[in-house]
Every structure is written in C-alpha cells, then in structure tokens.
Design a protein around this ligand. Structure first.
Ligand code: ISE
Length: 339
C-alpha cells in the first residue's frame, strides 16, 4: 500500500464553504495541504490562496487539476458546476470530496455514476457531513445495535436563523431537507420511497412568497415513517434535532446544551448561530477521514450513489411541493460498484 506523506488538495470554489475548507485543511487537518484554490472569480481565488504558503490560484478547473501538485479535489463550487468538475477530476483519476449536492438533478447525477463506473472504482465522496457528527454517530450505533428493536418513526427538526435572499421554496427541499434525506437513508439503512410536502401558513419572518416553514413526510422501503420540519427563518439560531421511535424505546439527539445558567427566574443555555458552528466538529472529522482514506488509496463515506438517491428524493419532494400530493421516488437499480 502506498501511503502519501501529505496530499495536495485543490479546493474548487472560494466562497464561504470553500474558504472554510481551505482554513480547515491548512490549520486542522493532518496529512494534507492546499495546493490550489480555484474560482471562476480569479481575484477571489487569489485572495483565499494568499493566506496559504505555496498555494496557487486558478480561474480554470482543467488547468488546476492538470497540475502535478494536485493529488485530490475538494469541490465546493455551486452544484451547477459539479458535473463538469467531477468529470475533469475523473480524467486525472483524482479522489474528490464533493460538497452536496452531487449535481442539481437525478439525470446529471446518473451521468456521474456512469462515468465513475467506467473508471471501475469509486472516486467520489459526497459531503453529507452530518454522518460525521458525534451525536448522529451515537444514534446510528444505537440503532445498529438493535437494542431498541426496529426503528418505526424518525422525527426531525431543522431550523436556520435566516436564509439567503435568493432562497426559493424549492430550496428548502433541495438545499436543506437534503440533509435529512441522506441521514434517514443512512440511519435506517433504507431507501425513501415517497415524499409528501405540506405547507402551513408562511411565517411573518419569511421573505414575501417563500413557503417557509414546510412539513415533509418520507415513507421508506423498510416501512418506517419519517417527518421533517424545515424552517429556514426561525430567527433564534440554528437547531437540528432528531428523535428515533423504535419498538422498545426512543432516542433523541440535538438538544445540545453545554452550560445551563439559572438566573433572574429563568434557566437555559445558548443556541449555535449557524451550521458552520453547529457542525464544525463534523466537518473536521469528515475532511480528516477523507484525507486519511485518500492517503491509504481508499474511498469511503457517502458515495455518488447516495448523492444520486438524494437527488431523486429531492425531485419527488419538489414535485410534491408544487403539485400538493404524495409523490413516489423513482430510483434505478443500484449498480454493483455501490453495493
Ligand atoms: C445549507 O446549504 C446547509 O447545508 C445547512 O447545513 C442547512 O442547514 C441549510 O438549511 C442549507 O441552506
């Protein structure tokens, strides 16, 4: 087995997530360094690269990935640009940690699956980072142990303080509930077979025309029922909670209180302001495990199949939101590479 001392990572996309990953790889992760920062806005790439010694800035993905200094790719550009970047990475047989979504829709996700199958081995890990959160890991271990019997229901709450100005009603599904789609499939080891999206009246906090909050129900091929409350303008902070209801007990995560203060007739703790803070440890663990696997010459974590399956569930979800009824999820047969 070849073990690489330090892998050179090209970070594609120098926005909020990309810049955070550059910082993480430079300051937190061991066994990797940022060799290149790529952004269509070359000035933005230069600004982020300037903080890292020996790091090159590029405006073009193909040029960056052809560099002999690049051993792996962290893809943090907008989803619309993922397919082209993934196919370029495949040309160089480079491992890729691809921030969600794999691609914006199931048809393009299938093209990525097909290209990866032509390589004959997995190259892509999709950035569903909740799988690396210590509380979700604990819940997964408990469910897998079978101590509580079979999971029957999963209740999820997902609240953001506010959403970007260009957020649409469909993005509550595609950009936010996408995490619960992945976590449901992973925690239960089941595929989602249908999605129903319901909408209460919109919050006064939501921008005009945005259907926020929404209430989403998944059915699974293992007979479980899953609900997700998504509310992206909750104002008070960032909160993600899950409760599994099993045959012999329940398990709940996400209450997250460290210090509790009692004073002036009230008691309580604090709520994290956003997902970067709430899932900081999960992002660190995700990137470290990706780097460790890459150095061993392996690919682990959520696969391109997981990215495709979630894209298919998103499509059913958006249809349910617009058409107002339950929509079945259509999946192709799982290829051998992903079994
Ligand atoms: C954002 O893109 C994320 O990935 C966050 O984890 C999620 O909480 C948020 O709703 C999304 O917009």
């Amino acid at each position: 087995m070849t073990y690489h001392a330090s892998i050179g990572v090209a970070v594609i996309g120098a926005g909020r997530m990309g810049a955070d990953h550059v910082r993480r790889i430079s300051e937190v992760t061991s066994g990797a360094h940022v060799a290149a920062v790529v952004d269509v806005d070359i000035d933005r790439a230069k600004t982020v690269a300037a903080d890292v010694e020996g790091c090159a800035a590029y405006g073009d993905v193909a040029e960056a990935l052809a560099s002999p200094d690049v051993d792996a790719v962290l893809l943090a550009s907008p989803g619309i640009a993922h397919e082209a970047a993934l196919l370029t990475a495949f040309e160089h047989d480079l491992p890729v940690l691809c921030e969600k979504p794999l691609t914006p829709d199931a048809v393009s996700a299938l093209r990525v699956l097909e290209a990866e199958q032509r390589l004959g081995h997995r190259r892509v890990q999709v950035g569903f980072m909740r799988r690396y959160d210590s509380e979700y890991l604990e819940l997964k271990a408990l469910l897998d142990s079978g101590d509580l019997g079979l999971p029957l229901m999963l209740h999820n709450r997902h609240r953001n303080p506010s959403c970007p100005p260009d957020f649409t009603s469909a993005m509550l599904i595609n950009d936010s509930v996408t995490h619960e789609m992945d976590i449901t499939r992973w925690l239960l080891g089941q595929e989602i077979t249908s999605v129903t999206v319901m909408r209460p009246r919109s919050s006064v906090n939501a921008p005009e025309g945005l259907a926020d909050p929404q209430f989403v129900v998944f059915e699974t091929d293992g007979g479980a029922l899953v609900d997700v409350e998504i509310y992206v303008n909750a104002r008070y902070g960032y909160q993600v909670q899950a409760e599994a209801v099993c045959e012999h007990g329940t398990a709940r995560i996400g209450d997250r209180h460290d210090m509790l203060v009692t004073s002036a007739g009230r008691w309580g703790g604090t709520v994290t302001p956003g997902f970067v803070e709430r899932f900081a440890e999960a992002y660190d663990r995700e990137v470290q495990e990706w780097v460790d696997a890459t150095r061993r010459g392996e690919v682990t974590g959520p696969s391109a199949w997981d990215g495709y399956a979630v894209a298919a569930v998103c499509e059913a979800g958006v249809r349910s939101l617009t058409e107002g009824h339950r929509v079945d999820v259509e999946l192709v047969d799982r290829p051998d590479l992903y079994r």
